[in-house]
Design a binder for this molecule. Structure first.
Ligand code: SF4
Length: 320
């Protein structure tokens, strides 16, 4: 038998599930346990097909819009990304049993936007068009009260109604470095703009990016376990690329690994986006172990102990 070539895997920590994703997935599982199937979920509860499929098998029914939910007394759960205000309002009008699994760190951004609006400020949201979190944050304020910017060019093009009364908020899963650059340019162009102390990028996004920055220059290739539609997973791949890693891939499952593109590697960095479960990281390590003599070493830049309690309707006596 031909001996397998050696491969050192540097496992980034923290990686994978964040407190907001744990809470959202637990909310669906708890609702299924308490009320039985079906439990309706608006949008993917988190951006991971593997997680969504496993909840679907247990009785969760995923719908695109609230209109797709029939008249029912079954729970209807809103995803971790947050929803425009019109969605809970429509659910209340239909007397649906709505449970909001929006991550508390996204809700915090919603409240910031509302406070700025009440104080008469036009709100700039730094984020990616089309992402559900952006739709949810924009939908906290009336049309025209919030403008989305994605790039430095957008800052240059901005024509706010009153440059003396402006505020900004950000999506929680952006690139820390890109956002800092955009915010610096925003502040230079509108010195009176009001914003959070730091950006609204959450602790989980920040920590996962920091760990990748540490590992990326030490490895021949870096794999991010996550879905192509997961914003924070995409950002991790970009961060690795910018930190000088020659080969980077975003993979959902082991079958997605492009072995040819990896070439003759001796060291591999491995991380996972905030919506990717540890099972999938293990699946990827197993795939490498079939081809290489693998040694795994963890590189940790922080420990996380963040915990968010379940939505009120699913806690202890409230649920009973
Ligand atoms: S990535 Fe951050 S904001 Fe999004 S669910 Fe996780 S903790 Fe919440």
């Amino acid at each position: 038998m031909v001996p397998k070539p050696p491969l050192k895997i540097l496992l980034c920590a923290p990686r994978g599930f964040c407190a907001g994703v744990v809470r959202a997935v637990d909310a669906v599982e708890r609702a299924l346990a308490l009320y039985g199937p079906p439990v309706y979920v608006r949008h993917e509860i988190v951006h991971n097909r593997y997680v969504v499929e496993s909840l679907r098998r247990k009785g969760a029914v995923f719908v695109r819009e609230l209109e797709d939910v029939p008249g029912t007394s079954a729970p209807v759960i809103f995803s971790a990304h947050g929803v425009p205000k019109a969605v809970p309002e429509a659910a209340a009008a239909r007397r649906l049993f709505a449970i909001d699994a929006t991550c508390p760190l996204v809700t915090k951004v919603h409240r910031e936007a509302e406070i700025h609006f009440k104080r008469g400020r036009h709100v700039i949201l730094v984020g990616h068009a089309g992402h559900p979190e952006v739709a949810g944050t924009m939908g906290q304020l009336p049309a025209g009260a919030i403008s989305l910017i994605e790039t430095l060019e957008d800052v240059a093009r901005l024509a706010p109604p009153d440059a003396a009364s402006l505020a900004y908020v950000t999506q929680t899963t952006l690139s820390v470095d890109d956002t800092r650059e955009i915010v610096d340019v925003l502040r230079a162009r509108f010195p009176v703009i009001v914003g959070p102390h730091k950006e609204d990028i959450c602790y989980a996004t920040t920590n996962r990016q920091e760990a990748v920055k540490r590992v990326a220059p030490m490895v021949d290739a870096l794999l991010v376990v996550g879905s192509p539609n997961s914003s924070n997973s995409q950002r991790l791949r970009e961060v690795a690329e910018r930190a000088g890693c020659p080969v980077t891939q975003l993979v959902l499952r082991d079958e997605d690994i492009d072995w040819t593109a990896l070439g003759d590697i001796r060291t591999l960095g491995l991380t996972a986006g905030a919506s990717a479960p540890e099972d999938l990281v293990e699946e990827i390590i197993d795939a490498f172990a079939r081809r290489y003599e693998v040694v795994v070493e963890q590189v940790s830049i922080a420990t996380e102990d963040m915990f968010f309690p379940l939505p009120r309707e699913l806690r202890g006596e409230a649920a009973e």
